[in-house]
Each structure stands twice: as structure tokens, then as C-alpha cells.
Ligand binder design. Structure first.
Ligand code: MLT
Length: 203
């Protein structure tokens, strides 16, 4: 997958896996990594699917309606890419924290839904439930931060509430952060995510 890897100054820190929203690319969320953890290595990936020229991590049939077959295929592809990247860049495969926005948050949630040990945790900005009606792996020890907007026209409140419950039902530890905003990624939610991350990493 097209990507950027930036070696951090502290290799004991998690590797931050940055996953952009629809129409973004591997450069988009780089500034977030600098805010969340300046010392961590960063792996920024570009989604392999194009929708009218806009990169995404998996196909959708309509807004909010996902192509499940492609979602599973692309989630597996990303998981395998993480295996390869860990070998190539010599980082700890067990110590990846994903930071995703919108479509990127949805593929990060899908990694958690399909693979027990793909990522150690995730910061999900404006996510949805990637798939319904499946049994999740045991996510004990996984930490997830969900940032959502009460007036988000793309990811409804119920999507975030359901995602929270499904992840907790699979034994993940989940923290939700709500703002009276829409779909945009706000600096205040990034600051809240950074505080949460610092607690997770220091424990
Ligand atoms: C998705 O397709 O993943 C969601 O609708 C969010 C987005 O628009 O990217």
C-alpha cells in the first residue's frame, strides 16, 4: 500500500497508524501525529480504493452503506500490510495504535472487528459501525477512543453509541468524547484524544 513511514525518536512508544478520510491521502493526518506523540514512529497509509478519483479504504454502495465483501478484503489487506511494514521497518507489530478519521476510522474499527491482535488501540474520529451481525474477537486489553459530533450528518449519534457498545461487549475499554459539532475533525477532540493517549501509554 502507498505509505509514509517516519521513524520516531523513542522506539518503545506505539507506532501511530494514520488512516485518512474519503478523498484524503497519506499526508493528511501527519500533523495529528505531531500533536498526539512527537516521539512515536508514524505509519501513514493511503487507501487502495478510488471513488470518483477519491482515495478510500474500502468500497461503499452508497453513503453509509458499505460493500461488505470489499470491506473484509481490504481489512485483511491492511492487516497483512501491517505485518509486512513491521518486518520492513523493524517495529513492534503488537504496539500499533491507529488514528483514523471518518472512512479511516471505519477501517480501523474493522481491524478491531475482524482481527484480535491487529492493533493495540485506536483513536476513532467520527466512526460508524463497520459491520453488524457478527461476533467480534475478544478485545480484552484494547483501548479505544471515539470522538463524535452530536450534529454529524454523515455518522449519526446512534452509530457511535452502537460502536461503543459493540466494542465494550467484546471487552475493549472505550472512552467516548462528544461535541456539539458536525463531521469535521476539531482541534478540541484532537486535544481530548491526546490526553486519553497519554494516560494509556503511561499505564
Ligand atoms: C464511509 O464511507 O466510510 C463513511 O460514510 C464516512 C465517509 O464518508 O468516508
Amino acid at each position: 500500500m502507498k505509505h509514509i513511514f517516519k521513524q520516531g525518536s523513542d522506539s518503545t512508544k506505539p507506532v501511530l497508524l494514520l488512516l485518512h478520510g474519503t478523498g484524503g491521502n497519506e499526508q493528511d493526518l501527519l500533523p495529528l501525529a505531531g500533536i498526539v506523540d512527537k516521539e512515536a514512529s508514524v505509519l501513514c497509509v493511503r487507501g487502495n480504493v478510488l471513488e470518483n478519483g477519491m482515495p478510500r479504504f474500502f468500497r461503499r454502495l452508497a453513503e453509509g452503506i458499505f460493500d461488505e465483501e470489499d470491506l473484509i478484503f481490504r481489512t485483511t489487506e491492511l492487516n497483512e500490510f501491517l505485518d509486512e511494514a513491521a518486518t520492513k521497518y523493524e517495529f513492534n507489530r503488537q504496539n500499533i495504535i491507529a488514528i483514523g478519521y471518518s472512512n479511516g476510522a471505519n477501517i480501523a474499527a474493522s481491524l478491531l472487528f475482524h482481527f484480535k491482535d491487529s492493533i493495540k488501540g485506536a483513536i476513532l474520529h467520527h466512526p460508524m459501525v463497520p459491520r453488524r451481525g457478527i461476533t467480534l474477537p475478544d478485545l480484552s486489553g484494547k483501548h479505544v477512543f471515539i470522538a463524535a459530533g452530536k450534529n454529524d450528518p454523515i455518522c449519526s449519534q446512534q452509530e457511535s453509541v452502537d460502536l461503543h457498545q459493540l466494542l465494550e461487549g467484546a471487552n475493549a475499554t472505550v472512552k467516548a468524547h462528544w461535541e456539539n459539532q458536525g463531521h469535521q475533525l476539531t482541534m478540541s477532540e484532537v486535544e481530548a484524544a491526546t490526553k486519553w493517549y497519554q494516560q494509556i501509554v503511561s499505564n
